[in-house]
Design a protein around this ligand. Structure first.
Ligand code: GLP
Length: 252
């Protein structure tokens, strides 16, 4: 793993996704040992974290780590999918992590999407995060347009948890998880960029050629507030872990 020089957000080039996953799993394992009773994690969905979750499951099965007292808050959830829908983020988290480790349903939180008064429910959800003492370690992926969570380009850097419309490019990118493109919801609820910036540590995984363009714009370009990932320039303990393919635009 190599720290890239002169990047506005600390960035590590990894030789493989597995090496990024092992590094983050080590960091989390150490945090779990230090704070076994009150660690609060912010979690992400998408393809990027799948390998990390598998590594955490492996460590749990081998008795290295224990999630009994951990609480989790996920970044985002689609709106308009019935409970238990195969592509809801709740189902994704159950399949990749929650059902495979000792994380009980009372300790896992996804943003509210069905409340009649959604604004009030989002505010209550934020208050719930704050009541725990706040997120210690937040995992993020990044959209090809630079979105974080479902904060699409143009989202305010002080935005809070709220209902959002998905960009067409995001719906197209995520259509691979659905039977047809028409089924991809048009709305979601996401933690705001301001909410994400309050996490004590933020760790971003970005792999593959589809992330190269936006990473070049963020890591080699000006501080442009229309790209949500740029918000992490303002965070005191954020780091990106990217592979060769995602780093392709950084040369020269
Ligand atoms: C989705 C999620 C984001 C995620 C992004 C990247 O739109 N809402 O939280 O970071 O996709 O996904 P992937 O990791 O599959 O590239």
């Amino acid at each position: 793993m190599q720290r890239l020089p002169d990047t506005p957000i600390p960035t590590y080039l990894v030789e493989s996704q597995a090496s990024a996953n092992a590094h983050l799993a080590d960091e989390l394992s150490a945090l779990l040992k230090e704070r076994p009773r009150d660690l609060i994690l912010g979690l992400a969905t998408g393809s990027s974290p799948v390998g990390l979750y598998a590594e955490l499951v492996r460590r749990f099965e081998e008795d290295w780590i224990d999630f009994s007292f951990v609480k989790t808050f996920n970044l985002d959830e689609y709106r308009g999918l019935p409970s238990g829908h195969p592509t809801s983020y709740r189902t994704f988290m159950a399949e990749h992590l929650f059902s495979k480790v000792n994380l009980g349903p009372r300790n896992t939180h996804l943003p509210p999407t069905k409340a009649e008064d959604l604004d009030a429910a989002c505010q209550a959800w934020e208050e719930e995060i704050q009541a725990t003492g706040g997120i210690d370690w937040q995992l993020l992926g990044v959209g090809r347009n630079g979105h974080i969570g479902f904060n699409e380009p143009g989202s305010a850097f002080d935005s809070r948890t709220r209902k959002v419309e998905l960009a067409e490019s995001t719906r197209e990118a995520n259509a691979r998880f659905f039977d047809s493109g028409d089924e991809v919801p048009t709305e979601a609820v996401t933690m705001g960029i301001g909410t994400i910036l309050e996490a004590k540590r933020v760790r971003v995984l970005a792999f593959g050629p589809t992330k190269a363009d936006v990473l070049a714009r963020v890591l080699r370009g000006e501080d442009d507030e229309s790209i949500p990932l740029n918000a992490l320039r303002r965070h005191p303990d954020a780091a990106l872990f990217i592979d060769e393919a995602a780093a392709a635009g950084l040369r020269g």
